[in-house]
Design a protein around this ligand. Structure first.
Ligand SMILES: Cc1cc2nc3c(=O)[nH]c(=O)nc-3n(C[C@H](O)[C@H](O)[C@H](O)COP(=O)(O)OP(=O)(O)OC[C@H]3O[C@@H](n4cnc5c(N)ncnc54)[C@H](O)[C@@H]3O)c2cc1C
Length: 564
């Protein structure tokens, strides 16, 4: 800390601070010495010689999530008086106890100031002996602070706007990567304090403050991932197996690959868990009779993959795939290349977007794709709409019915039976605040700052109605995003990757296939590149099948490594 004396060590970092500021260096040293003598064991004693330096130090403490118990400020300082300093310090640490150090001649002014800035005490200088004149006052202040202390935060702090897509994306990214964080609305008192400490005026949000006190403004996902300790760069240049995509199929492949001794790298664009990570409750996955939340399943699978030695890159994506002689090369978004003997593509699918006026503008501000479980708290007492009639929509309806006033499923077809599992339909029937609107589509989304209303249209009568809605979660089918493989790997007309027998046309192997055998079951049109999960043409869109295909792809990778 510039202009401040108080070395922070690992030992002292989480102790509450006592800060003293006095422009006279000899007095400043003497105060700090007296404080250290009695309070040095349980507290960090920090001294500064100007209000500006002291505030700078406090901002740093704030960003690091530290606590400040007591502030002692000299009344008469040249650039910033003790009163001015305490006033500004209060904005950062409102719970810190405050005292003014004054000379006898300034007593009246100091007493008057006590009323202005709510100072707890004033201390006359010099105070010898401290046992009589300093410590009893400090003891009282520390006692009062201990009754109502700040809580130290070691988590990541996110300050943002409640209804903003970038703020939502940041929170969602941290939540889905199991990074603990604390959310502060930019217009809350604490949010304002953190922004002030970071030197930001709130124009650019979100601001993310890491536990070591770094402030990131509107961070890119890769920068955010790196700042919160997620790996973003590969350790090696070459791997036995590179898995692209960290959903159930990719995690399954990583667990089996690494546990069977393959040097395995998994590259995930956003957050491990994929679609399954967004599921509020998966009830039909083997071995979980009471169901399991997608987040839990993803967390366990990720830890399992890491335990076996998988290296996981987060917030990195595969941008192209090349064949280099007998090896393969995966190019990442920033142009970096990673070599591999074998590759498993497990990039899954993405939700189709709602195509109606207002939907794009209100995305992240009431319109969400997937269940966005971080929004549950914002749905309390509100009217929530869920568009879609498959299991994912049903699970979301069960989940949000716990907090929302009402949940309405908007379904294009004439019921749920054709698209949703029987057990979920039964669950929904038993919930009072859930209803289903069939033969209905969303025609428009309205709202200024946030979604306020939806226009729903009956596809039979053509009648439209406007309904109040604070949240609309969209589950209207999914599509693969495999454009990055265009011209490299054979895909079907919808972009799903063809594998095994599906690659044979009239018994002919795919163009460019040089081996003297047909492609194996999960093998793509490039030998040694396997495909698992939802992205594979004709795959069953289920967690269990994705995990199973991931495991099976590893077996085929072994076979390939043994000799194509
Ligand atoms: C809300 C919801 C509830 C569901 N509930 C159930 C259920 O109860 N039971 C059930 O069996 N199934 C359920 N499903 C379906 C199931 O989640 C999917 O079938 C399964 O997740 C598919 O796994 P996957 O690994 O193939 O793909 P995904 O889960 O889609 O994962 C693919 C991953 O690849 C990443 N990726 C994409 N492109 C790239 C790239 N270029 N580079 C790097 N990474 C990339 C994505 O970010 C993603 O994380 C549900 C789905 C949803 C959305």
């Amino acid at each position: 800390m510039a202009g401040v004396t108080a070395p922070e060590t690992a030992e002292t970092a989480d102790r509450p601070l006592i800060l003293t500021v006095d422009d006279d260096p000899s007095v400043s040293r003497a105060v700090a010495r007296d404080l250290r003598r009695k309070y040095g064991e349980g507290h960090r004693i920090v001294r500064a010689e100007s209000g500006k330096d002291a505030l700078e130090a406090l901002r740093e403490v704030k960003l690091r999530g530290g606590r400040v118990a007591v502030l002692l400020a000299d009344y008469r300082m040249p650039e910033m008086s003790g009163i001015e300093f305490l006033e500004q310090a209060m904005d950062l640490f409102p719970r810190a106890r405050r005292a003014l150090l004054t000379a006898y001649a300034d007593t009246d002014a100091a007493i008057a100031a006590i009323n202005v800035v709510d100072v707890d005490h004033y201390l006359l200088k010099p105070w010898d002996p401290p046992e009589e004149k300093l410590y009893p006052v400090l003891d009282a202040m520390l006692e009062s602070y201990a009754r109502e202390p700040d809580t130290a935060t070691t988590e990541v702090k996110v300050v943002g706007h409640r209804w903003s897509q970038p703020s939502f994306t940041t929170r969602d990214f941290l939540a889905r990567n199991a990074v603990p964080y604390r959310w502060y609305s930019a217009d809350s008192a604490e949010g304002e304090r953190i922004l002030a400490a970071a030197g930001e005026d709130g124009e650019r949000l979100p601001v993310v403050v890491t536990p070591d006190g770094r402030a990131l403004v509107e961070p890119a996902m890769t920068d955010l991932a790196a700042a919160v300790g997620l790996a973003t760069a590969p350790v090696d240049e070459f791997y036995d197996l590179v898995v692209i995509g960290g959903g159930p199929a990719g995690l399954g492949a990583a667990v089996y690959g690494a546990s069977e001794g393959l040097r395995t790298l998994l590259v995930e664009k956003r957050a491990t868990g994929g679609q399954a990570g967004q599921s509020s409750r998966i009830e039909n996955y083997l071995g979980f009779p009471d169901g399991v939340s997608g987040a839990q399943l993803a967390d366990r699978a990720r830890r399992q993959a890491v335990k076996f030695g998988t290296e996981i890159l987060t917030a990195r994506h595969a941008a192209s795939l090349k064949v280099r002689g007998s090896a393969l090369s995966v190019c990442l978004g920033d142009g970096a290349e990673v070599g591999a003997h074998t590759v498993i593509v497990a990039t899954g699918v993405y939700y189709r977007e709602l195509e109606c006026p207002g939907a794009q503008e209100l995305t992240g501000r009431g319109v969400f794709y997937g269940s966005a479980s971080t929004e549950a708290a914002n749905c309390v007492g509100r009217d929530v709409y869920i568009v879609g009639g498959a299991n994912s929509a049903g699970q979301a309806a069960v989940f949000f019915s716990r907090t929302a006033k009402s949940v309405t499923l908007v379904v294009r077809g004439d019921g749920l039976e054709a698209s949703m599992s029987h057990y979920l339909i039964e669950q929904l029937r038993a919930i009072d605040n859930v209803s289903v609107k069939t033969h209905t589509v969303v025609d428009a989304a309205h709202g200024a700052e946030h979604l306020e209303r939806l226009t729903l249209r009956c596809t039979r009568s053509g009648d439209a109605e406007e309904v109040e809605a604070s949240h609309c979660f969209v589950f209207i089918g999914a599509q693969p995003r495999t454009d990055w493989l265009e011209g490299t790997i054979a895909r079907d007309s919808r972009g799903f990757i063809l594998t095994g027998p599906d690659l044979l046309v009239d018994g002919q192997r795919p163009a460019g296939w040089a081996l003297d055998r047909d492609p194996w079951l999960l093998e793509s049109s490039i030998p040694g590149v396997f495909v698992a999960g939802d992205v594979r043409a004709e795959s069953v869109k289920r967690v269990a099948s994705a995990v199973g295909e991931g495991a099976m792809a590893v077996t085929l990778a072994h076979r390939f490594l043994a000799g194509p």
